[in-house]
Design a protein around this ligand. Structure first.
Ligand code: NAD
Length: 286
């Protein structure tokens, strides 16, 4: 397939490289002028999409997505499929789909490691015909793709998942900090919780306590992993969406406030989102 790929950053560069390595003819564009193995470089976004059967974007936010879509849509071939893999607000995803009906919003889970290894999970929204075109490409860049529903459903699934993740990480860290002060051994705490009703992905697979459970960013000085500022971005998107549809999300809102303080007022930026644990350990009640 002839693919135009726009946004060759930490995630996009790996994804474009994997598509090229699988035999697709990929032309890429990024304002930062990056070279990616196997990917031809275009001088502009519209040049990258000219004649492409599929256009993929992997951009920082909804505003940039809308600007790029407005630029490339007039240059796209008539039956081309537009696949946005960025994490953006639901409204921006739906606005792009309104302008180009054969489109899929397909944010990912799995981080830079997953993009590199081609093991991402895609959560997709859009018409069946568009998903059918995108699916073989998802299979190259990832290991699982779920068609969640109409346009915007992929973004909705992503922000709901990450709202659970953010709130669960905080409470897992709170529990470790409390257990420490109660004199409970961290390994014992892990042994019990990871096999009891308090278990979760944050405890069992991504334990925020160094030296406990499987390898995680906690064992590497809280180097991300999944950076606290990216978690904050997703929590903000969840609250923006909740406000738009009048949904009550008290813990999601509180999680956003905690990550806002951590990233903006404290030293959380550039650390893994599990560095909530040393933060909470250093705090006192009230
Ligand atoms: P990044 O900042 O490394 O990459 C974004 C790229 O887009 C940059 O290279 C930037 O130069 C380029 N760009 C910006 N404006 C542009 C424009 N107008 N035209 C062309 N290129 C432009 O970000 P990333 O980590 O690759 O993340 C991309 C998206 O994936 C984000 O929406 C992020 O929330 C999401 N995401 C990231 C991760 C992660 O672990 N990094 C995980 C899941 C989802």
């Amino acid at each position: 397939m002839k693919i135009g790929f726009i946004g060759l950053g930490n995630m996009g560069a790996h994804m474009a490289r994997n598509l090229a390595a699988a035999g697709h003819e990929v032309t890429g564009f990024d304002v930062a002028d990056v070279a990616v193995e196997g990917v031809a470089q275009a001088a502009s976004a519209s040049e990258a999409v000219a004649g492409a059967e599929v256009v993929i974007t992997m951009l920082p936010n909804g505003e940039i997505l809308r600007a790029v879509a407005a630029e490339v849509i007039p240059a796209m071939a008539e039956n081309a499929c537009f696949i946005d893999c960025s994490t953006v607000d639901v409204e921006s995803a739906r606005a792009v789909a309104a302008d180009w009906p054969l489109s899929v919003d397909a944010p990912v889970s799995g981080g830079i490691g997953g993009a590199d290894a081609g093991t991402l999970t895609f959560m997709a929204g859009g018409p069946k015909e568009a998903f059918a075109i995108a699916e073989p490409l998802f299979d190259i860049m990832g290991q699982k793709a779920v068609h969640c529903g109409d346009s915007g459903a992929g973004q909705a699934a992503k922000i709901c998942n990450n709202m659970i993740l953010g709130a669960t990480m905080i409470v897992t860290c709170e529990a470790f900090a409390l257990a420490d002060k109660l004199g409970l051994d961290r390994q014992k705490m892990f042994d019990v919780v990871s096999t009891s009703s308090g278990y979760s992905w944050t405890m069992n697979a991504y334990c925020p306590a160094p030296g406990i459970g499987p390898q995680s960013p906690a064992d590497n000085g809280y180097k991300p992993g999944f950076a606290a500022e990216l978690m904050l971005k997703d929590l903000r998107l969840s609250q923006q969406a909740a406000e738009a549809v009048d949904a009550a999300t008290p813990l999601g809102e509180h999680a956003m406030q905690e990550y806002t303080k951590f990233v903006e007022d404290e030293d959380g930026r550039g650390k893994d989102f599990s560095a909530m644990l040393p933060r909470l350990e250093a705090m006192k009640r009230g």
